[in-house]
Design a protein. Sequence first.
Length: 285
Amino acid sequence: MTSHPALAPGRTAVITGGASGIGFATASLLLDAGLKVCIADLDDESLDHARNALADDASRRDAVLAVPTDVSRLESVASLRDAVLDRFGEVALLMNNAGTGGGGKSFENFEGWQRVLGVNLLGAVHGLQTFVPGMIEQGTPCAVVNTGSKQGITNPPGDTAYNVSKAAVRSLTENLAAELRNLEGCQVTAHLLVPGFTYTGMIRRFLPEKPDAAWLPEQVAERLLEAMGRGDFYVLCPDNEVTPEVDRKRIAWAAGDLVENRPALSRWHPDWKAAFEAFMADEEA
Ligand SMILES: NC(=O)c1ccc[n+]([C@@H]2O[C@H](COP(=O)([O-])OP(=O)(O)OC[C@H]3O[C@@H](n4cnc5c(N)ncnc54)[C@H](O)[C@@H]3O)[C@@H](O)[C@H]2O)c1
């Protein structure tokens, strides 16, 4: 497997939301590949647990740093950067991955909106503002991964605040990629990770057993590193139920709402149910 040039042995990865799920699985794979890893997360106890699980043999102890961090606070992310540079001296990969849900509908639960946008969107902005100038300055191959969601692309009704936060993460990351590629001599690339349904802490809270439909976080982490090695910007992951073809069609249908002047979110509109189903079944579409 070709690896992204930033992901070379001895380099450093910083992963927010790294104590659990997709962040933890990515940290583990990168350690296997010989990188040093800093995981950042909210809770001291889960960070300790994650650090011990990652540094399971003595040779790895020096390669793992765990820093309590609240990504929704700029000063906390600045302290994270200082701790990483102090210990490892550089950053090759920044993965803005910390995430939370349960924000609510458009006209309710303002506190939920503040929490979800504070973590999912501002958390990523804080990461970029704090780390990216130094990564550009280093003049070494580097990468930024922001974790988005299919919910930020196709917008299924339910948790509007989450959808909005992840749609914004997509826009943020697309703009970041364009900004970086227009900077002369810049060696930092940007990537948008879009997991499918993945059995992680976020899901375990509602479903104690892994549903067959879900992928494991390790599968998402493997897909991410493979895609980065190919130089992909969009890292759209399937799961055990949703194939890449189904994703492609759902995304095309969602874009069609605008260009065909259909009602908003027509996929979930009763008058459009049959047309959507016919589109999904059409092998030519
Ligand atoms: N699991 C899925 O099906 C799925 C699908 C699409 C996108 N995602 C996204 O993947 C990312 C990783 O989530 P996961 O599924 O691995 O869930 P997870 O709950 O296992 O991991 C998320 C981590 O983020 C941490 N976190 C939350 N708020 C934080 C804050 N303010 N500061 C620092 N850390 C904070 C949590 O403590 C947790 O450890 C999230 O951005 C999530 O939105 C997950």
